[in-house]
Design a protein around this ligand. Structure first.
Ligand SMILES: [Cu+2]
Length: 356
């Protein structure tokens, strides 16, 4: 009700203002007043424009430097140094051009404002100027894009032999990680194997022996100083695999595998010491608005020293061991191999048989 009253009030005020303006025009027409002088408004506007430039650019420069830390995160990957450098160079070049063009724009409106007795000069165009402001930006842009393509090519090139291959699967609304286990080979999967109990959430193909030692984990552990190749997939809609501290971002696309390789340069412990923040954690976020609980797609990322990482891996229980009921889906002739490879113990096997 109150909102409606305010709306009616605003409409009335605007209506009155329009009427007053109309009245003023009509009165001046009736008086046949031929007033071509501009008055003081012109000068006032010219000075205001100049003030806007000074205040606006002042705030721009102050904000860019004083709040810089809020918009940047500490870096923890090898290729990130290059992308950061490229980003900063682009920012400096476009920033300087932005400042110069704005100063010129507002200075010209001030300098060439209307003055009594002055007439504008007819000046259609200038070939030299056109060439200068076409060629210079073209060269600068070509250099920036060229360098960008080279950096992108390096980031996207084939991961070296012996890289740590890890699978990330995004779904509404979480990430699941799968490690290849001792055989260093991720087992194959098929979306038709995903079941409604969500036990076989990865859709693992249990005919494939490579799946038997694959394991999942609550946190994404990665080793420092070693190339990590992340194979990314999505189970439902588009998600985006985003590790801001490692400058890694890649879409997770249903029906296809995308990938990103990178090398972490600082362990979680080192970053905690550097930031003087014992609570600090690297994190994985989804960078694609993928639904109502998109914000829940966060996962803690832990960077370990290589030895600690190997130790952690050896302590993880395989997926098949955690979901041993799926042993029944393993073909009879491969069951023995599955039990050995997945590390299911005799006691667990007896328990399982008793429960069936
Ligand atoms: Cu998502």
């Amino acid at each position: 009700m109150f909102g409606l009253l305010i709306a009616v009030g605003i409409v009335l005020v605007v209506g009155i203002l329009i009427l007053m303006f109309r009245l003023d025009v009509l009165v001046s027409v009736a008086r046949k007043k031929d007033d071509t002088s501009i008055g003081t408004a012109n000068n006032v506007n010219a000075i205001l424009l100049l003030l806007i430039t000074i205040v606006g650019l002042g705030v721009f420069v102050w904000y860019s430097f004083s709040q810089y830390e809020r918009y940047t995160l500490p870096l923890a990957s090898e290729h990130g140094a290059e992308t950061d450098w490229l980003f900063n160079v682009t920012m400096w070049i476009t920033g300087i051009v932005f400042v110069i063009t704005n100063i010129l724009l507002f200075y010209f409106t001030f300098r060439y404002r209307h003055k009594e007795g002055h007439r504008a000069k007819y000046y259609s165009h200038n070939n030299t100027l056109e060439v200068i402001w076409t060629v210079i930006p073209a060269i600068v842009l070509a250099l920036l894009i060229g360098k960008g393509l080279i950096v992108w090519g390096d980031i996207m090139e084939e991961a070296p032999e012996g890289s740590e291959v890890i699978e990330m699967m995004g779904y509404q609304f979480a990430w699941d990680v799968r490690y290849p286990g001792k055989d260093n080979t991720l087992g194959s999967y098929d979306y038709r194997k995903i079941d409604d109990t969500n036990g076989n959430k990865f859709g693992l193909v249990l005919e494939d022996e490579n799946t038997y030692d694959d394991f999942s984990a609550l946190e994404l552990h990665i080793p420092k100083g070693k190339t990590v190749l992340i194979k990314i997939r999505a189970r439902d809609v588009l998600h985006s695999f985003y590790l801001p501290h490692f400058r890694v971002k890649m879409d997770a696309v249903p029906g296809m595998i995308t990938q990103f390789k990178f090398t972490p340069t600082k362990t979680t412990a080192e970053m905690r010491a550097e930031l003087n923040d014992p609570e600090f954690n690297y994190e994985l976020a989804c960078a694609e608005i993928c639904g109502r609980n998109h914000f829940a797609m966060r996962k803690i990322v832990v960077v370990d020293e290589p030895e600690a990482y190997e130790k952690w891996k050896s302590e993880q229980k395989t997926w098949l061991r955690m979901n041993s009921a799926y042993l029944t889906d393993v073909p009879a002739e491969k069951r023995e191999a599955a039990i050995v490879k997945s590390g299911i113990t005799k006691e667990e096997l007896q328990e399982l048989e008793a429960s069936l």
